[in-house]
Design a protein around this ligand. Structure first.
Ligand code: DC
Length: 231
């Protein structure tokens, strides 16, 4: 490199895990946008494969039926944090994957090992192709998908804080029923046999209950910048 030329920032892989309603998506997108990194929403991929199962009348109570077709849908995820996109067999499913029906079925589909193997491979190839680095959000990124990530963050928040955020996102849905649905999904995601929702031993835990989104973003940006400086 010539004297005085600006050195490009080293590529950095950031894994952000945690249960729903902790601010994972908003934080991950904002951090990626601020630092010029790619962004991957792995929950959207599990939602997309669930949407395909529902649309194709696959019995989601039957793991063998799910496993038999797990390789069929082609899922393509965009990695631009300012315009996250996802298609299944060429159809834009960004809206349909957020329906109540998909949300209530995604834990069952994502617990099937063949689904996880397939989606994990996809996630690793997307991360490997991100030249400037990537923020990957999910449940098992630091433990299973990218165990060698440069930085692992585990976001937590009280059930009350999570339910009130989620019901706000769902345009005023009842907080109590939102809380129940959210805890039920977390329990399923945490207790499944294959790569459950879990904090990696070397993850930094950030409790977001009493923090504003801006404070969480600043905290994570600082941690990423420290890692980049040390590379
Ligand atoms: O982040 P989300 O709520 O959109 O995720 C939807 C579901 O996908 C979540 O209930 C569990 C599953 N999921 C997973 O099993 N592993 C991931 N890395 C991300 C999500």
């Amino acid at each position: 490199m010539e004297n005085g030329a600006a050195r490009p920032a080293p590529a950095v892989i950031v894994a952000i895990d945690g249960p729903s309603g902790t601010g994972k998506s908003s934080t991950s997108k904002a951090v990626a946008a601020k630092l010029g990194l790619s962004y991957l929403d792995t929950g959207a991929q599990y939602r997309a494969i669930t949407w395909w199962m529902v649309t194709n009348d696959i019995d989601i109570t039957d793991p063998t039926a799910i496993a038999a077709v797990a390789g069929k849908p082609e899922i393509i995820s965009g990695t631009d944090p300012s315009a996250p996109a996802i298609t299944v067999d060429g159809t834009d499913v960004a809206g349909p994957i957020r329906t109540q029906e998909v949300t209530s079925k995604v834990s069952a589909v994502s617990a099937v090992p063949e689904v996880r193997t397939r989606i994990t491979e996809l996630q690793r190839s997307i991360a490997a192709a991100a030249e400037l680095g990537i923020v990957v959000e999910g449940r098992d990124i630091g433990t299973t998908v990218l165990p060698d990530a440069d930085l692992k963050i585990f976001l937590t928040a009280s059930p009350e804080a999570r339910a009130s955020r989620r019901s706000g996102e769902l345009k005023g849905a009842d907080v109590n029923s939102t809380r129940e649905a959210l805890l039920k999904r977390d329990a399923a995601d945490s207790s499944r046999k294959t790569s459950p929702l879990a904090k990696a031993d070397d993850a930094v835990e950030v409790d977001t209950s009493d923090l504003t989104l801006q404070q969480v973003i600043e905290c994570v940006v600082t941690l990423v910048e420290e890692k980049r400086a040390a590379k």
